[in-house]
Design a protein around this ligand. Structure first.
Ligand code: SPV
Ligand code: MG
Length: 436
């Protein structure tokens, strides 16, 4: 009997749709189909993430009649699997030829297949059915609070680093939700939102001293959640009194917030970037651990995270105090550490990370590089940082733009000269879906 031809199809197969079936059907017509299912790290190499875990995606594929076997594809490149299995055919949608991220893998596949006279078969792309359309539909449908809440933990587990952007209202959150760029063929976008006490207070014309009450803060989060799907990290300042913090944890969790950050200060807190220029008091380790413990006991799901923010470097209490506190807070149940610094030079952050990672390889570490802003995302990855928050830039960008236009209107006695600095009315009507 003539041996059946072998066919290799590489897939993420996250949100399975008719386009995938079309490709698998075409592959099955050619022979025995092996799907090389991209692992989480392979997906990350493409700058993407999956909603479903590897085993879940594998199970779905294994139960399709067009699939004979599923093997892991551990990198975005097909090289290793192709060289091992030497398939007669590789089948793929023809859209990858023109996709910046994918075309280099296509060229590599063509070169490798030549080694044993294998063939690339490309299925015409169906424009109405693709992953991005489905993802857009999901955004329209929204997400449940639970799904959104859980997502941050998945991202921290699956991505080399999680990028978070400050959003002080729904409009700035739409920017964080939708902005995607391509750098060296890799898609880059933000993973979630930061609800900043600084920018929430500033947008209300109030100082960053816990003067905006929790109900207003959570209302702002709800505005953001109405039009977005990504996870949010909430800056809860000191967390207030421990008895009040327990309620805050429940409210945030109910809203679908993924993580709360509380800083180890007590009394009237001021913004950290002021350091010791103003009077600020660090809490005792004992009190703060008690707050963490009570907060953890108050939460209902396993997924909500309490992140302990260490202010020792801000308040010049020293590196050994910062490390001592990190150990104590983790022992008290903190799900992550935020280490803060107001130095332009990243030396103390680097020293903290090196010391911390020498005894703790797994607890997520969050940084807010407002001052040490020359450090790149790749350098943070190398330091073992898990989450980077750009904590105030949306508001700081908006304010000078508004001020400039206000001054122009006053200067010229009309708005004509201000127009080049404004978005057109047409654009603003189009920016929000459903306006027309
Ligand atoms: C905030 O964004 O409110 C923060 C970070 O807490 S910082 O302003 O650097 O203290
Ligand atoms: Mg703050």
């Amino acid at each position: 009997m003539k041996k059946k031809k072998t066919v290799y199809v590489s897939m993420i197969a996250d949100l399975l749709h008719a386009g995938h079936i079309k490709i698998l059907e075409a592959a099955f017509e050619k022979g025995e189909v092996t799907v090389g299912l991209l692992t989480t790290s392979a997906i990350n190499e493409l700058g993407d993430t999956a909603y479903l875990k590897y085993d879940q995606r594998k199970k779905v594929l294994e139960n399709l009649s067009f699939v004979n076997s599923v093997i892991p594809q551990e990198s975005a490149s097909y090289k290793k699997n192709l060289k091992t299995h030497k398939p007669d055919f590789v089948v793929h949608g023809d859209d990858w030829a023109t996709c910046k991220t994918q075309s280099k893998y296509r060229n590599e596949v063509i070169e490798i297949l030549k080694e044993w006279n294998g063939e690339l078969f490309e299925v015409p792309y169906s424009s109405e059915i693709n992953d991005q359309n489905i993802k857009n539909q999901l955004i329209k449908l929204g997400v449940t609070g639970v799904n959104r809440l859980q997502r941050l933990r998945y991202l921290i587990r699956d991505k080399k680093i999680v990028r978070i952007l400050e959003t002080h209202n729904a409009l700035s959150a739409l920017i964080a939700e939708n902005t995607t760029i391509e750098v060296n063929g890799k898609k880059e976008s933000f993973d979630g939102f930061w609800s900043s006490s600084l920018t929430d207070s500033t947008s209300k014309g109030k100082p960053d001293i816990e003067a905006v009450d929790m109900t207003s803060r959570i209302n702002a989060v709800n505005d953001i959640f109405e039009v977005t799907t990504k996870p949010l990290i909430f800056d809860a300042d000191t967390g207030g009194k421990t008895e009040h913090f327990e309620f805050t944890v429940r409210s945030l969790e109910r809203t679908g917030v993924s993580a709360v950050v509380i800083e180890d200060k007590t009394g009237l807190k001021k913004n950290s970037l002021l350091g010791n220029e103003v009077k600020q008091t660090q809490d005792t380790i004992e009190n703060f651990c008690n707050k963490i413990e009570k907060g953890k006991a108050a939460q209902i799901s396993d997924d909500f995270m309490i992140i302990a923010r260490i202010e020792s470097l801000i308040l010049e209490a020293g590196m050994s105090d910062a490390i001592k506190r990190a150990k104590a807070y983790i022992a008290a149940g903190a799900d992550g550490i935020m280490i803060h610094s107001r130095h332009k030079d990243p030396d103390e952050i680097i020293e903290f990370m090196n010391k911390f990672r020498s005894f703790d390889k797994k607890t997520p570490v969050v940084v807010v590089p407002t001052s040490f802003n020359a450090v790149t995302i790749d350098e943070f990855i190398d330091l073992g940082v898990n989450v980077v928050i750009s904590a105030n830039h949306m508001l700081r960008a908006a304010y000078p733009a508004m001020l400039k236009v206000a001054k122009s209107i006053l200067t010229h006695g009309r708005t004509l000269e201000a127009e080049p600095d404004c978005m057109s009315i047409k654009e603003i009507l189009e920016i929000i879906p459903g306006t027309k």
